[in-house]
Design a protein around this ligand. Structure first.
Ligand code: SAM
Length: 275
């Protein structure tokens, strides 16, 4: 009998993956967690029936989450990831000579599952510069003033415990927690399916930060494939940043050319944030 996992990509669109094996399922305090071995995309992490990552394309999202803000900053020493319990974004951050890389994940079961099923991502947790806090990122960030150089919000979709990670109040707390040259970035979903969310987040970020910018990447297993990231910067203009000295980061998607071009938005995405 054939096994398929189906994700509702919107109210009227389904995407199905043929599954070779169901490796793990559990109901955590916060969400339903599953790990599948899929035929086309390899091992897959699923939370509340939504694909979080697959072994075949996770590098695109994690490289773009980490390297675009860290390179834009130029010399980050303390970096925070909110969410991201699989460790993929942390792994990419640790390719930079940062002093501390902290991760605050609300659901420790995601970290446990990653350690068991995704060793090439969870390897990041073994780095002595990495420190993990299992608590709500919304409350965590309120405790800091002028502390982190870069804050990355690697969240699930805006449902359940992640709703507050897309709110203006939270971005204000992030602004306070950042150092003077601080940079913030959040994954802001598909411009096809979450147009209103992208518009709302961009508007909130540009009200709070002197510089706001959106960049995109193409991620095959995320709904619509074209994905957005929204950046807020306290000092540096991300669009004119000199990036001529980018070190080799051993990446498969991110390059200096991608860094420059990812801020060049398709006209319809530009229209969403300009309205
Ligand atoms: N790349 C993924 C995507 O967009 O599909 C996101 C991956 S990562 C697994 C998202 C994590 O955010 C989840 O493990 C979830 O538990 C965590 N999370 C959700 N709300 C949170 C909150 N309020 N504080 C900290 N972590 C949160």
């Amino acid at each position: 009998m054939e096994l398929w996992f189906t994700e509702m990509q919107s109210k009227s669109i389904k995407m199905s993956y043929r599954v070779k094996d169901v490796l793990h399922t559990e109901k955590t305090e916060y969400q339903n967690l599953a790990v599948f071995e899929t035929e086309e995309f390899g091992r897959m992490l699923v939370l509340d029936d939504v694909v979080q990552l697959t072994m075949k394309d996770e590098f695109i999202y994690h490289e773009m989450m980490a390297h675009v803000p860290l390179v834009t900053h130029g010399n980050p020493e303390r970096v925070l990831v909110i969410g991201g319990g699989d460790g993929g974004t942390l792994r990419e951050i640790l390719k930079h000579p940062v002093k501390e890389a902290h991760l605050v994940e609300i659901d420790e079961k995601v970290i446990e599952a990653s350690k068991k099923f995704f060793p090439t991502l969870s390897v990041a947790f073994e780095d002595p510069r990495a420190k993990v806090f299992c608590e709500d990122g919304i409350a965590y960030v309120k405790k800091f003033k002028n502390y982190y150089d870069v804050i990355i919000v690697d969240s699930t979709d805006p449902v359940g415990p992640a709703v507050g990670l897309f709110a203006k109040e939270f971005y204000k707390d992030i602004y306070e927690a950042l150092t003077d040259g601080g940079i913030f970035v959040a994954q802001t979903e598909s411009p096809f399916y979450y147009e209103d969310l992208l518009k709302k987040v961009y508007s909130a970020v540009s009200d709070i930060f002197p510089h706001a910018a959106v960049y995109t990447a193409t991620i095959p297993t995320y709904p619509g494939s074209l994905w957005t990231f929204t950046m807020g910067s306290k000092l540096i203009d991300p669009l004119t940043r000199d990036i001529s000295n980018i070190p080799d980061l051993n990446t498969k998607y991110y390059t200096p050319y991608i860094h420059r071009s990812c801020f060049n938005l398709p006209a319809f995405v530009k229209a969403i944030i300009s309205k």
